[in-house]
Design a protein around this ligand. Sequence first.
Ligand code: IMP
Length: 201
Amino acid sequence: MPKTLLLATTNPGKIREFKRLFEGSGIELLTPDREVEVEEKGCSFLENAYIKAETYHRASGIPTLADDSGLVVPALNGYPGIYSSRFYLIEFGGVEAVKESKDKANIDKLLRLMQGVEDRRAYFYACLVVYLGEAGLWAEGRCDGIVLYQPRGEGGFGYDPILQPDGYDRSMAELSPQEKDMVSHRGKAVRKLIKLIKMLE
Ligand code: IMP
């Protein structure tokens, strides 16, 4: 079983969450000292997670863990989906100007497209791939909820202020880090992945 994994991301929100989720697992997470350019040309979360893991593994030679994740809104034909991080940029629904941050531009665009849409169901999805060279592992997690009409809360990152998980009356950004880890797509996927990693010799 690998005792150390390189985390194939420079996203501070993801790094914070992975560090918390792996605490006490006996697996140490290393973070990249520089961003490696990855062409996310896959058609699915799994394909993109694999491409990231394989690219960082090629650059480092270390067993690598990658996450591809996003928010899926059925009423928008599954968008932002695999385009979640750069939704503001893509043509679907028109390009959104970045005024404060990319996260805010993504949220503004989504709320604009959801104006007058009654079906507010959505889910966060995360696909994790561990690339070991000769073999690999993967796990997925999903967190269902509804898209709020206004952003709420300061915690988390990305679309957290506008997704209210089922069973809660607060947005993901209003949950404590521990509450988010319990319910989140990433929390669910990491718990499955750790079990799989521990089954390796
Ligand atoms: P990736 O880095 O290509 O996997 O893009 C992930 C994007 O999905 C992020 O930049 C966020 O916009 C969104 N996302 C993924 N996970 C979360 C989450 O836990 N909360 C909020 N947004 C998320």
